[in-house]
Every structure is written in structure tokens, then in C-alpha cells.
Design a protein around this ligand. Structure first.
Ligand code: EPZ
Length: 420
């Protein structure tokens, strides 16, 4: 198993290109199940989760060619509709094939994704919405069995909670349903908006893109011709690199980034005393003279994203004063706290609230990654810690960050990937 050895404290300098968004690419790859043609997707991030989903489609009979940051997928050869546990257990976002498989074939079986380190991660809202569209859903032997032999019908879906992949699943199901589907309380994440934009450019009539009220007019199972497109930049990767500059007191420039997808995050950096130069597709962060404490509540887009919570907690250990973070989306997304405490952080937890008092002098130690974003928070803290830090179980990192150590090394960080 690989681990990262980081020597701090270190400053970094220079610029880094942001990759395509993992959480946009995953639904967009699942969307190719709706296509009657071979689909070309550009700006694909080279991360494990993408390869996992492509492998799943391959197991169902699709063929694909994965090039450098691009993939061509042909789902005209799909001949199976059972997404097996062996793959789904490694990536819960596999649930994104449920809506499109059911819409196209009228039946499918998808292994229940199960929870993960950050929470129980239920899919009840996905299933309830598909039932409203006429699907018969049963759970059997750890699998969701969905049947709609006459095809799905449009319906008015009201999500009790905002769910990103739930919204994506229903948008894709609605694209091939008979008639109109409206979704109330839809997720507004940029990744969901891009899915709508690509479907619209492929002939699906969709209103309300980017808002919480979506209307989709289905084709009644007629497959669609999906034009080539590029995945939007990864706003969470971008926020993570801005944190790398911030926590090391360095100026850093990001290229190929959409600052409009990061407004709530940039606002919090500014509250902490950081300043920016922003152009159409670049962001430059300048270090703060003294890092001010911050108060953060994680919420759905466009508010502050839960996927940046761990990274800002690492940064808050260097703020002068006490910061507060409330995690509202996931019930167990503080796994990084005990690891940050091993480095010397002063963090007190009370339920979904964390109080972080700084500035703490951090010292290198062995720490363990527990989930994707927690791993990046440990790397950030290690860059500001005095001495050597070994971050173990970095397979979590490889799921969602493209060559993190290579990019950080190119910025001057002292970081090596080694074998246990
Ligand atoms: C997506 O997960 C992202 N993953 C997550 O990113 C992200 O943290 C999350 O959205 C929130 O922004 C992908 O896009 C692949 P949800 P998702 O359904 O869709 C509850 C990362 O680091 N809920 O929006 O699975 C759920 O328990 C990952 O890249 C139900 O109760 O999240 C949670 O409390 C981690 N029932 C809340 O809604 C359901 O049927 C939001 O979950 C579905 C969700």
C-alpha cells in the first residue's frame, strides 16, 4: 500500500492546472447509457473513481477507449443490467447507473451501495422518486431490483432533502420517460447543471437548469444523440489547492478553473484575511498577514460545500483565535479530527460542531487517511507541520485527486509517494 511522506514546514509557489470534476464526470459517464451513439468526453480527470465506473459499464457490455483526459464510450453494445456488488461496494456513486439503466431497459438490478466512512449514505430518496415515475422497486439479497416494463412516466418529484446523485439519477430517468417530470428541491451543484446542459444540447428539453425547480420533457425511451463535451473543472480540487497556498503562507495560481463555482469558498478565505486576483479562468490567492478565525456551516450549493470542510479545518488550526465548523450534511464527517490532533491541532468536538483554536504549532507524525477529503486535509496540515509526516491509506486520495503529490511537488512541496 502506498503512503505519502511530507516534510514541513514548507512554502510553495507557482501555478497548477485544475483537472475535470470527478463529481461531474461520474453522472456524465452514466448518462452515456441513454445514448444511441458513441460519446466523446474531454477533460476527464485521471482518478480511480472514473476508472471504476468505466469498468462497471464495461461489465454491462459497453465498450470504451480511455485516452489522456478523454474517453470515448459506446453503450450501443450494452447487454446486461446488473451492477454487481463487487464493483458497487468500491464506489457508492455507482448508484448513478440506476436511473439510466431503468429508463433505457425497463429493468435493472443495482447492488445497494452501502455506507462509507462519512455516513450511512442512504438512497431512499432515489428509490421513492423512481417509484413515483412508475417503477416497481424491491430490495432483495442486497440488490435494488427496479422494473418499469412499460417505461417510466413523467411525475412531479419533491425531494424531502437535497440529494446530488438523487437529482442526477432522476434527471437521467426523466430524459427517457414518457411525458413531463418536474423536480422540486433539486440539487443546484454545478455538476448537476452540467448534466442538464449536456442533455439539453443532445435534444432533451429542460427548464430551470441551475435552479431548485427542474422540468424535463422525456423522449418516451427514444435514445439520444450526445454531442462531444468537456467536463467542467473540479471546484473541490481547486479549493484544496487554494488551501495549500493559504496554510503554507504562499501565493498560488490556479488555471483552468471556474471561480463562479467557488464563490462561497472564496468568501470564507477572504473572511480569514486572504486576498485574490481573479480572471476568467484563473484564481491567484495571496497569503494573509495574519489568518483570522472563521465560522463555517456546510450546506448544499451555492453555500459552503461539505467537501471543503476538512481542508478548512486544517487551515483553521493556523488561524489566530477560535474557528467554528458545523457539518450539516453527513453524520460522521469529522474522522480527520483525531488525525489532525495527532499533529498537534487543538480541536474540540461536540456533535456536529467543531471548535478549532489556533495558531497551533503542528509537528510531523504518522496519520491515517479515512476518506477522500480528510486525506487531503492531512496532506495540507503536514505541509505546515514541523518535521516528517507519513500519511497512510492514501488510496482514498487516489479516488478523487489526480496526481496530488506530483502537482504539489511541482509547486515546491517536499512530498514523496512511497511503499509501506
Ligand atoms: C454527492 O454525494 C457527492 N458525490 C459527495 O462528494 C458530496 O459530499 C455530496 O454530494 C454532498 O455535496 C458525488 O457527487 C459522486 P447526497 P451524494 O445524496 O449524492 C442524504 C466527494 O468527496 N440522503 O447529496 O451521495 C445523505 O445522507 C463526495 O467527492 C438521504 O437521506 O450526497 C446526506 O445527508 C463525498 N437519502 C444528504 O442527503 C437519499 O436518498 C446529501 O447526500 C440521498 C441522500
Amino acid at each position: 500500500m502506498d503512503y505519502l511522506k511530507i516534510t514541513g514546514p514548507t512554502t510553495i509557489e507557482g501555478s497548477v492546472d485544475i483537472a475535470g470534476a470527478k463529481n461531474a464526470a461520474l453522472p456524465l459517464i452514466a448518462m452515456t447509457i441513454l445514448a444511441k451513439n458513441s460519446v466523446n468526453i474531454g477533460n476527464i480527470p485521471e482518478v480511480v473513481d472514473i476508472r471504476t465506473l468505466l469498468k462497471l459499464l464495461g461489465n454491462l457490455g459497453a465498450t470504451y477507449t480511455l485516452g489522456e483526459h478523454q474517453v470515448t464510450i459506446d453503450t450501443t453494445t450494452l447487454n446486461d443490467t446488473k451492477a454487481t456488488y463487487s464493483i458497487v461496494k468500491t464506489m457508492r456513486a455507482s448508484i448513478l447507473v440506476l436511473g439510466p439503466l431503468l429508463a433505457r431497459f425497463g429493468h435493472c438490478e443495482v447492488s445497494l451501495p452501502g455506507g462509507c466512512a462519512i455516513g450511512q449514505r442512504p438512497i431512499d430518496l432515489h428509490l421513492k422518486a423512481l417509484e413515483k415515475m412508475g417503477a416497481k422497486i424491491t430490495i432483495h439479497g442486497g440488490y435494488v431490483r427496479a422494473v418499469a416494463e412499460k417505461g417510466l412516466r413523467g411525475a412531479h418529484i419533491i425531494f424531502d432533502k437535497i440529494t446530488v446523485t438523487g437529482t442526477a439519477n432522476i434527471i437521467m430517468a426523466a430524459a427517457l420517460a414518457r411525458g413531463k417530470t418536474t423536480i422540486t428541491n433539486a440539487a443546484r451543484e454545478p455538476e448537476v447543471a452540467q448534466l442538464c446542459e449536456v442533455l439539453r444540447s443532445s435534444g432533451i428539453s429542460i427548464d430551470g437548469i441551475g435552479t431548485a425547480e427542474l422540468t424535463i420533457y422525456g423522449t418516451d425511451r427514444r435514445l439520444i444523440d450526445i454531442q462531444p463535451f468537456d467536463v467542467i473543472p473540479d471546484r473541490i480540487e481547486a479549493g484544496t489547492y487554494l488551501c495549500a497556498g493559504a496554510i503554507t503562507g504562499s501565493k498560488i495560481t490556479l488555471n483552468k478553473v471556474r471561480h463562479d463555482h467557488l464563490e462561497a469558498v472564496i468568501e470564507k478565505f477572504m473572511e480569514m484575511g486572504f486576498t485574490f486576483d481573479i480572471t476568467r479562468n484563473s484564481i491567484t490567492l495571496y497569503p494573509a498577514k495574519s489568518i483570522k478565525p472563521v465560522s463555517i456551516v456546510t450546506q448544499e450549493y451555492p453555500a459552503f460545500p461539505t467537501d471543503m470542510q476538512a481542508q478548512f479545518m486544517a487551515l483553521a488550526t493556523q488561524a489566530v483565535g477560535t474557528s467554528t465548523i458545523e457539518e450539516r450534511l453527513f453524520e460522521n464527517r469529522f474522522m480527520h479530527v483525531s488525525e489532525l490532533q495527532r499533529l498537534g491541532a487543538d480541536i474540540r468536538l461536540s456533535g456536529s460542531h467543531a471548535n478549532i483554536t489556533g495558531p497551533s504549532k503542528l509537528f510531523g507524525a504518522d496519520v491515517m487517511a479515512t476518506d477522500l477529503r480528510a486525506s487531503s486535509a492531512l496532506v495540507l496540515a503536514a505541509m505546515s507541520a514541523d518535521g516528517e509526516t507519513d500519511v497512510h491509506r492514501i488510496y482514498h486520495l487516489d479516488r478523487g485527486y489526480e496526481q496530488l503529490e506530483v502537482k504539489l511537488k511541482s509547486l515546491g512541496a517536499k512530498i514523496e509517494r512511497l511503499k509501506e
